[in-house]
Design a binder for this molecule. Structure first.
Ligand SMILES: [Cu+2]
Length: 503
């Protein structure tokens, strides 16, 4: 109540100073019922008598934001997740807008209240409803993960059951509530004709570090949400680092210090962040890089351990952000660098969960239910079906050594990584550079893990990259390395005696 009185005082100050007629009208619409609430509800709250309080209107104005690394609703006094109060019979209006620009909503499921979604571009939204029962009711944002990371408060309704809410009004009130809230629909759209390729070029590997002293490196990455091509005739709203899946490969050496700036594009609807598995402390950076649309944050960290490390977004729902494309890798070379090879490629595996079945020609929406049950519709190398078979070509010549930096963004599925028709001469298991396994057929790569494999290509042909959980090939998980050169029939002879080159 004090809050509302002060709000009123502020409004009239504004009016006196510089309010336009339109704004004045708006302020008055708010102010008059608010004034009634302030004057009438106060004595009722103090009194413990049976007298029912007179129904009033309550207005609350909230804004979303980030406080101490948590997403919250903030009231006009800057209080996070304020307790909202009303009496039985009151009409409550909550007006809420996106302070940091990300997409949210507000719901009080116990009272069947649900707002439309809003973000930085939609302006504020409101819910209005009558409270017919006393109690404490949770209000929160229903966007996956947002309640868990802090967007939750309480509406306290005082008064006796049924008090101040005559039967007829009660009945009408419920019907009214049904009219006032908009259920969140999930429309299916046609494939987005504006969708672009988000598939990362496997050849986009930074140059080797070589033999140099540790230094300070500066990186800047931007998180971008965009419509991308998932498959022929199928599009999907990807969440990315630098518009590609996986995000850019970073390369440094042990002992380097990295100053990393993470910027979130203005057009984003989500908050994003980065957790690099190569970072010691601060949740890998996730604790201090939660950035709203149009903002940026910088962290500095020292690379204490050599290895190949996954990075990913760490904003709730974390697995959704990862699945939608927010992962990549950083290679931390040992002192003196890695041994030289002829070809280096950058490949990552992900699992994707969509509303419609694999192969549906549509703009696919994300399905958080399938994700929590770990039932992917798509498995992809470098973000999309066909990424490493149609869009990008990995090649080598007979006699060359190919090194694959391979990681699993996931979020959920491990990879039984295998190349059909080849044997890994060397495997840096789990991305650890301190041990090397030799002569490996299939290597296990955990979700959020990586490996480096090396193969000397001894024979020409198409070498397919797969997860040897081979049903996944049918869901999109195939890549290829085309090897050209002369066939040594002593190594392989496809047609028996006298057969020609297999190339
Ligand atoms: Cu994210």
């Amino acid at each position: 109540m004090r809050n509302q009185q002060e709000g009123l005082i502020q409004m009239f100050h504004s009016f006196k100073n510089n309010m336009s007629p339109l704004a004045l009208a708006a302020a008055l619409c708010f102010a008059i019922p608010g004034a009634m609430a302030a004057s009438q509800a106060a004595p009722a709250a103090k009194s413990s008598s049976a007298a029912a309080p007179t129904a009033a209107a309550r207005h609350y104005v909230l804004e979303t934001g980030i406080v101490d690394g948590k997403m919250v609703f903030i009231d006009e006094k800057g209080r996070p997740n304020p307790v909202l109060r009303a009496n039985v019979g009151d009409t409550v209006e909550i007006k809420v807008k996106s302070g940091e620009g990300a997409e949210h909503d507000i719901a009080i499921p116990d009272l069947k209240v649900q707002s439309k979604k809003f973000d930085g571009t939609t302006g504020p939204t409101s819910v209005r409803f009558k409270v017919a029962q006393p109690g404490k009711f949770a209000y929160y944002c229903t966007i996956a993960g947002h309640r868990q990371i802090g967007m939750e408060g309480v509406l306290e309704v005082a008064g006796g059951a049924g008090a101040g809410a005559p039967k007829a009004a009660n009945g009408n009130g419920n019907a009214g509530v049904a009219d006032l809230y908009t259920p969140s629909a999930a429309p299916t759209a046609a494939a987005n004709p504006q969708a672009v390729s988000i598939s990362q070029d496997p050849a986009a590997v930074p140059a080797p570090i070589g033999n140099r002293a540790p230094q300070l490196l500066k990186y800047r990455m931007e998180t971008v949400e965009l419509a991308g091509k998932l498959d022929d005739g199928t599009t999907f709203t990807y969440w990315t680092f630098d518009k590609k899946v996986p995000g850019p490969m970073l390369r440094a050496r042990v002992g380097d210090t990295i100053e990393l700036t993470l910027a979130n594009a203005k057009s984003s609807k989500q908050i994003h962040s980065i957790d690099l598995h190569s970072v010691t402390g601060g949740h890998g950076g996730g604790e201090h890089t939660q950035v709203g649309p149009g903002q940026e944050k910088t962290i500095t960290f020292k690379l204490l351990n050599a290895g190949l490390y996954v990075y990913h977004c760490a904003t709730p729902l974390v697995p959704q952000h990862i699945s939608a494309g927010m992962y990549g890798m950083i290679l931390v070379e040992p002192e003196g660098g890695l041994p030289k090879v002829d070809k280096e490629y950058y490949v990552m595996q992900g699992d994707l969960y969509t509303k419609h079945a694999h192969g549906t020609k549509t703009h696919q929406e994300f399905d958080t239910g399938k994700m929590s049950n770990e039932m992917p519709d798509y498995y992809v190398f470098n973000g999309a079906v066909g990424s490493l078979t149609k869009e990008h070509k990995m090649t080598a010549r007979v006699g060359e050594t190919v090194r694959l930096f391979f990681g699993v963004g996931g979020p959920n599925k491990i990879s039984s990584f295998h190349v059909i028709g080849e044997i890994f001469d060397k495997v840096y298991s789990e991305g650890s550079l301190t041990t090397i396994k030799k002569d490996v057929q299939t290597t296990l790569v955990p979700a959020g893990g990586a490996t480096i494999v090396e193969m000397k290509m001894d024979y020409p042909g198409q070498y397919l990259l797969v997860d040897h959980a081979l049903s996944r090939a049918g869901k999109g998980l195939v890549g290829a390395i085309a090897v050209s050169g002369d066939a040594d029939k002593g190594i392989y002879n496809g047609g028996g005696k006298g057969a020609g080159s297999n190339h």
